[in-house]
Design a protein around this ligand. Structure first.
Ligand SMILES: Nc1ncnc2c1ncn2[C@@H]1O[C@H](COP(=O)(O)OP(=O)(O)OP(=O)(O)O)[C@@H](O)[C@H]1O
Ligand SMILES: CC(=O)N[C@H]1[C@@H]2OC[C@@H](O2)[C@@H](O)[C@@H]1O[C@H](C)C(=O)O
Length: 391
């Protein structure tokens, strides 16, 4: 066992609903001690700025470019993360010196794996300065440099969690972890801890876009709207016949890879119902590319709170002998898992351990990643300046 470090993970996912924060003590390998977690929601104005940021990012050709308002947005996003850390520490009676490292995801504003281009805005140096905690950030870039899709990165953490679960008798192997966020992704954990992972299709983004456009609300709480509708088969087929599902190679997704239906395609309830079905069916369809049919599906991410998705998933996976469980049924936290993962990955990065593998992102060989921002860089810089100024 390596030295245990205390890490905070920060995730602002593709749903752009807020910042998830989680504390973890870990050696970056098998020891995972989960601590408190919290979510800090964005206000509607900031969400709108983030959405505008996706448009501004479309013209980026080199990943350091920040066209339009992106530079200011990156600064404001980072400061919001610093505030989230400050609140989290305060709420849990912790001090910056109790934390060894922060794993900072930032916000994905552009993801084009076919062009080896992925951009997460988030200024690690500024966050380290503001929080007075060392930061590891920009964790997707090195994977892409080595031929990977740059996503998903959570599988290494899923594998560590599966290790803890394997002692529980009630779990039938093989297990697949499914994260239903804005986009959905899955991690298969097979015999000998073999992990196979990829993005599995649209998650909540299409549903969110649909109910926002036609009901003025950010998401379909509990899947209530969907529960009153009927599946429109032609619309479902349009999504499920996308070449993404039949391609030879698994490809990671950008938020904009699937576009929402038009108002003419369905009523509000039927549209929500159809998109919930598409989310569930996409997961089971994508699971068809795994080495074996999963016996247990562990569902994480906000989509597990949409009961219509969960009912469809239970039925569709059940038809191929898979049992569907929400993360909480295994005493895991489906809301904070991604933030926990970023804490875990930060510790792996510090230790030079791989973050990604050929069977998770398609990378050439297992590679580590992440950039390091020291909390003390400024003090050193100031001291250097003072020395220069001495007569
Ligand atoms: N109570 C609820 N009922 C139904 N859906 C919900 C509920 N709470 C959250 N969601 C859905 O979950 C989404 C947020 O999920 P999550 O936080 O897992 O996504 P994310 O981390 O932003 O995305 P990704 O994993 O793709 O990066 C919301 O946009 C919403 O659609
Ligand atoms: C480029 C990017 O930010 N991708 C996200 C997104 O949200 C879900 C899915 O698409 C996954 O590939 C990834 O996030 C998760 C947390 C990951 O990297 O594991």
């Amino acid at each position: 066992m390596g030295k245990l470090l205390t890490a905070i993970g920060l995730m602002s996912g593709t749903s752009m609903d807020g910042i998830d924060v989680a504390l973890l003590r870990t050696d970056g390998e098998n020891v995972v001690q989960r601590g408190p977690s919290a979510g800090y929601a964005y206000d509607a104005r900031f969400r709108a700025r983030l959405k505008q940021g996706l448009d501004d990012a479309r013209s980026i050709a080199v990943r350091t470019e920040r066209p339009g308002e992106l530079a200011q947005l990156e600064r404001d996003l980072t400061l919001r993360h610093a505030e989230a850390v400050e609140s989290f520490l305060h709420e849990n009676n912790l001090l910056p010196e109790n934390i060894d490292v922060i794993g900072f995801h930032g916000q994905t504003v552009l993801h084009r794996p076919d062009e080896a281009l992925t951009v997460q805005i988030g200024d690690g140096d500024l966050l380290a300065r503001e929080t007075q905690i060392d930061v590891v950030y920009d964790m997707r870039a090195n994977d892409m440099v080595h031929g990977g899709q740059g996503a998903p990165l959570i599988p290494a953490y899923h594998a560590a969690l599966a290790n803890g679960l394997s002692e529980k008798q009630e779990i039938d192997a093989p297990v697949v972890f499914v994260n239903i966020g804005g986009i959905s992704n899955l991690t298969f954990v097979g015999a000998g801890r073999r992990i196979v992972a990829y993005d599995s299709g649209p998650g909540n983004t299409l549903i969110d876009q649909w109910v926002e456009a036609h009901a003025g609300i950010p998401y379909d709480q509990g899947g209530m709207i969907a529960s009153e509708g009927t599946i429109v088969p032609e619309l479902a087929d349009r999504y499920l016949s996308h070449p993404f599902f039949t391609a030879e190679k698994r490809r990671s997704l950008d938020r904009n890879d699937f576009t929402p239906p038009s108002g003419a395609d369905a009523s509000l309830a039927d549209g929500a119902r159809t998109l919930a079905y598409v989310t569930a069916a996409a997961i089971v369809k994508s699971a068809g590319h795994l080495p074996e049919a999963p016996a247990t599906y562990v569902i994480c991410g906000g989509g597990r709170l949409n009961q219509t998705i969960m009912k469809d998933l239970t039925r569709l996976a059940g038809a191929v002998h898979g049992r569907v469980l929400a993360a909480e049924a295994l005493e895991l936290n489906g809301d904070s898992m991604e933030a926990e993962a970023w804490a875990y990955l930060a510790v792996r990065s510090l230790r030079g351990l791989p973050l990604t593998y050929p069977e998770t992102t398609g990378v050439d060989r297992p590679v580590s990643g992440g950039r390091f921002a020291s909390k003390s860089v400024d003090i050193e810089a100031q001291q250097a300046t003072r020395q220069v100024e001495l007569p």
